[in-house]
Design a binder for this molecule. Structure first.
Ligand code: NIG
Ligand code: FE
Length: 430
């Protein structure tokens, strides 16, 4: 089967050089083609060009599906490289506590926060957990996300961490999205280890990691390395054990303090270091000579009312940036990547070109899939979306809180199409 998208107002995110990520000033470069076509054969991008070149293309006419994208744009699907979207229940009670003045750390110290989610998860069956996560994946798919990384970390016992990881594995097998799994047993210390935290670190190292690897349940390993959570020493032990078992690191670092987590991530060749609200010159200097992708999660800073990471300074210093949602019940209950683009522009002063690159090719890199996803290049997997009629690509971050996506194509197949876009057409004419 093949698919031809014609009359595309602008095809966004083309990369003939097929680069794995973009850094510094290159992030401002968003390659596009106006009045374009995109040709997909089976699940792969087979070609693209301007409409006047289309009659020279040899199309596989049998079983050819055509989409007319007049007035609409085509983007590579978003890659959301940092989520915790397998969880039980919700935490709006803490949300209200925060409005009343409690801090995230105060809530955590009272047994709320991650431990609250762990209690809820313990009393939720594997099937219920799967169904709830499936709904969330369907929801983000309809907002343009085509690949997602999902972490464990609300289990915090051997039994419950594996329950989460099995759910992620089933999602991987059944969803059209490309999914990567991260083992985050080191998300918080369980209540019973409060006075002997190093014993929990030993449990992670001696029992959990070897079993995660033996059962092939994770692609990456993560640690919440921050003030009040895992220390640098504990994080290093866990990363070392993960590395020994072939798990590359993607860590939570520098959200609450200048903890040294970024430098440790670089030392262990982490694929990404995430959060980074507390980033200064030392962190930037360490990242600049590394292959580690700094990943910013503006949804968490927004929701917790914390200082935003110095993204502008980081890009101007030559770093690449990836953007992700951090979709989780405590610090960022949204999986909407379009909203993340808006926050990137408004709170980080990133340009539309930069946020789009950060949420596609760079976030693909941050979850280890940029050889097959994240840009429009021949040979890449056909995960793209067609927008509603829009006036320019900057309209997507500008028209914030709305869903600008019309048709979702994953693995070369139409997954979903919103029916009416005439409202948008009329709206744009005014
Ligand atoms: O990425 N920072 C650590 N973990 C999550 C929050 C988890 C929670 O509060 O449930 C985060 O923000
Ligand atoms: Fe997170």
């Amino acid at each position: 089967m093949s698919l031809l998208i014609k009359n595309i107002k602008e095809l966004v995110g083309i990369d003939p050089e097929n680069r794995r990520c973009l850094r510094g000033a290159d992030m401002k470069q968003l390659n596009t083609l106006r009045n374009a076509y995109l040709y997909i054969n089976e699940d792969i991008i087979a070609g693209f060009g301007t409409m006047d070149q289309l009659d020279r293309v040899k199309l596989d006419e049998k079983e050819l599906i055509q989409i007319d994208a007049k007035d609409k744009m085509v983007f590579p699907s978003f890659c959301d490289s940092h989520t915790h979207l397998v969880y039980a229940g919700s935490r709006e009670v803490e949300f209200v506590d925060k409005i009343r003045g409690l801090s995230y750390e105060e809530i955590a110290q009272r047994g709320g926060g991650i431990l609250n989610s762990a209690r809820l998860l313990h009393s939720t069956s594997e099937n219920e957990l799967y169904d709830a996560a499936w709904q969330r994946i369907e929801e983000i798919k309809r907002m343009g996300t085509g690949a997602v990384e999902i972490k464990s970390g609300y289990g915090l016992t051997v039994e419950d961490e594996f329950k989460m990881l099995r759910v992620i594995k089933r999602l991987k097998e059944n969803s059209a999205l490309t999914i990567r799994a991260t083992f985050l047993g080191a998300h918080a210390f369980p209540e019973e280890y409060k006075d002997r935290p190093d014993d929990y670190v030993e449990l992670i190292i001696n029992e959990m990691i070897p079993r995660v690897v033996a059962e092939d349940l994770a692609d990456f390993i993560d640690v919440f390395c921050d003030r009040g959570f895992f220390t640098i020493e504990q994080t290093e032990k866990i990363l070392k054990a993960g590395k020994k078992h072939g798990l590359r690191a993607k860590i939570h670092a520098n959200e609450l303090d200048y903890s040294g987590g970024v430098q440790l991530g670089v030392k262990y060749d982490a694929l990404s270091v995430d959060h980074l609200e507390c980033t200064g010159d030392d962190e930037i200097n360490s990242l600049i000579v590394s292959d580690t992708m700094p990943t910013l999660l503006p949804g968490a800073a927004f929701f917790l009312e914390m200082p935003f990471a110095p993204a502008r300074k980081m890009i101007d210093a030559g770093l690449g940036i990836a953007l992700a949602t951090d979709f989780n019940p405590g610090s960022s209950p949204s999986g909407n990547m379009q909203l993340i683009l808006s926050m990137g522009c408004i709170k980080y002063r990133m340009l539309p070109e930069e946020v789009i690159n950060a949420a596609t090719i760079n976030s693909a890199y941050a979850m280890g899939v940029s050889d097959e996803l994240g840009s429009i290049a021949v040979g890449k997997r056909a995960n793209v979306f067609v927008t509603k009629p829009i006036s320019s690509y900057a309209f997507v971050p500008y028209y914030y809180g709305h869903n600008n996506v019309d048709t979702i194509i994953l693995n070369g197949k139409i997954q979903f199409k919103y029916t009416h876009s005439s409202f948008f057409k009329n709206f744009l004419k005014q």
